[in-house]
Design a protein around this ligand. Structure first.
Ligand SMILES: Cc1cc2nc3c(=O)[nH]c(=O)nc-3n(C[C@H](O)[C@H](O)[C@H](O)COP(=O)(O)OP(=O)(O)OC[C@H]3O[C@@H](n4cnc5c(N)ncnc54)[C@H](O)[C@@H]3O)c2cc1C
Length: 220
């Protein structure tokens, strides 16, 4: 994906919330239609290169929102975290090919990779879906109440560094490895860090899932 600054439009923040330590949802009034799963380029001015963020809001919501975690030594995220409602950001129109549908699918995320699946759910695509979210710590199940309300027992939480009732101990790959009924006809959407995406893809292929049914969005 390109990250040119030429197509960025100034927007005024209408939302700036720290939903977990170092993790923020920010948003501005939605001006474009988009397909759930798509992303925007986002910057703090028109000069510095933007970064890419999945949209985490629904395609009928008034606001267009993204979810991000602060990289202490990163360029953009500490600056985004320091903004307030009323401040400006610079955003592109939505784009991208990681697009949800009404077809049966597994949605597999780690960390902030939950963002496009929350958008798909809020956009009415929650039917015939299984969502697996992997995190290190229990306070990283972003949008947990909303996802549980929308998906019920089809929402599976995996935590690798802490344990709690109703939470699967370990990583998403361990959870998927233990599943003996992964349909070869379903789609498998994977979103998150590269290592997890590659490991998950390889695991699915080893379980007989056709490569063409695996759709991946890598955060780098
Ligand atoms: C399609 C896509 C969707 C994405 N969606 C999201 C999302 O929804 N939420 C989200 O939080 N993130 C998302 N990302 C990641 C996001 O685009 C940024 O990469 C992330 O927020 C970090 O931005 P930053 O400017 O703060 O850090 P950066 O300045 O980009 O730095 C990131 C890390 O790289 C290190 N680094 C920087 N420069 C170098 C260098 N020269 N050599 C070695 N290391 C270096 C930094 O120390 C830091 O740890 C997405 C990425 C892609 C590609």
């Amino acid at each position: 994906m390109q990250t040119s600054t030429t197509d960025l439009i100034e927007q005024t923040l209408t939302r700036h919330e720290e939903i977990s330590p170092g993790v923020f949802v920010i948003g501005f009034l939605r001006q474009h239609d988009f397909k759930p799963g798509q992303a925007i380029k986002l910057g703090i001015d028109a000069e510095n290169p933007p970064r890419i963020y999945s949209i985490c809001s629904g395609n009928q919501d008034d606001e267009l929102c993204v979810l991000f975690n602060v990289k202490e030594d990163g360029f953009l995220t500490p600056r985004l975290a320091a903004l307030q409602v009323g401040d400006s950001v610079f955003a592109s129109a939505p784009y991208g090919t990681f697009i949800g549908t009404d077809d049966p699918a597994w949605w597999i995320a780690t960390g902030t990779g939950i963002a496009p699946f929350r958008s798909m759910l809020r956009s009415g695509q929650g039917k015939h879906k299984q969502l697996v979210h992997g995190v290190r710590h229990l306070n990283q199940f972003y949008f947990e109440d909303e996802l549980r309300a929308g998906l019920g027992s089809n929402y599976h939480c995996c935590c690798s560094a802490e344990s709690a009732d109703g939470i699967h101990s370990g990583r998403v790959t361990a959870f998927l490895e233990a599943q003996d009924s992964l349909s070869k006809d379903w789609k498998y959407y994977i979103c998150g860090q590269a290592t997890m995406a590659v490991e998950t893809r390889d695991l699915l292929i080893s379980k007989g899932i056709p490569f063409g049914n695996i759709i991946t969005e890598i955060y780098f």
